[in-house]
Design a protein around this ligand. Structure first.
Ligand code: SAM
Length: 271
């Protein structure tokens, strides 16, 4: 079979079987990633790879491990963390004098996002004077490698350029000139769990959900499904924070009220 035609068939198959529109990945990137799996399985054509995916559904796990884009950073888009720390958190924490909050970092990659959230919560706790506040952050992802880096909590200085020196000294242990380890004080509040966003996670459980730079890779139908799961996972008036380039689907605008358009911050409307 013509390889270009087989490549189209393969993309359609992934969409049909798993709802992931891989057309959203750049073609060269996609071909390189698929080639890694084909080499590992000693296959020479896309049609052979289609056969493997048909016979062995587990191959999707290995393929998705290779496909997912894990790029992340501490305090990625710093402005959103400024709004989170100075507006969203004080509002949530002082209302009803909360004693505990739960946050979900959905698609947490190698942990920089949930650790940044934890640092912001620590800082807000100090500023507001809520020393006894407890918090729990769930970092979930489908990528095993990303999760095991997150659990290690060891980072190269290059990914830390958005962290102010004061915070770096406060929340990290210096291993050497280029490597830092996240402190136990932060780490103990975070649970890293392997979970697929295409399946429901928790119900009426979280005060805040971060899902940034993840659903942009999903087709509309899948985005709808995932946004509904986020809605279900949040408590009433819970907060959803999307990525800078992600938009709320029209059909969800009566479920999530936009409270900060620039930073893509939404509040769950009561049922
Ligand atoms: C670009 S990273 C974003 C990391 C972080 N949220 C940020 O904004 O810096 C996207 C992450 O989403 C994860 N991901 C992609 N599809 C997923 C799915 N169906 N379920 C769970 N995680 C997924 C990838 O493994 C990857 O680690």
């Amino acid at each position: 079979m013509d390889e270009e035609k087989a490549f189209l068939d393969l993309k359609e198959k992934i969409l049909r079987d798993r709802g992931l529109d891989v057309n959203q990945y750049k073609e060269n990137y996609l071909k390189r990633r698929i080639a890694v799996r084909m080499r590992a399985l000693q296959l020479n054509s896309y049609s052979e790879y289609i056969e493997v995916l048909t016979k062995d559904k587990k191959e999707y796990i290995s393929l998705f491990d290779k496909l997912t884009i894990n790029v992340t950073q501490f305090f990625r888009d710093p402005e959103v963390f400024v709004a989170f720390e100075n507006e969203i958190l004080p509002d949530i924490l002082t209302k009803n004098e909360k004693k505990e909050i739960r946050v979900w970092s959905a698609g947490c990659s190698s942990g920089e996002e949930p650790y940044s959230i934890a640092m912001s919560i620590e800082e807000a706790k100090e500023k507001i004077g809520l020393k006894d506040l407890k918090y729990e952050i769930y970092g979930t992802d489908i990528d095993d490698d990303a999760l095991s880096s997150a659990i290690k909590g060891k980072y190269n200085i290059k990914t830390m350029e958005n962290i102010a020196t004061l915070r770096r000294n406060k929340y990290f242990e210096k291993i050497n000139d280029t490597t830092y380890l996240i402190s136990e004080k932060i780490k103990k509040n975070i649970k890293f769990i392997k979970a697929n966003l295409m399946e429901p996670f928790k119900i009426n459980f979280f005060d805040i959900v971060f899902c940034r730079n993840v659903i942009i890779y999903f087709i509309k139908d899948l985005q709808k499904k995932v946004l509904q799961y986020f809605y279900d996972s949040l408590k009433d008036e819970g907060i959803l924070i999307l990525g800078k380039t992600e938009t709320m689907l029209l059909s969800f605008r009566d479920k999530f009220k936009c409270i900060n358009l620039r930073e893509r911050i939404f509040k769950k409307e009561k049922d």
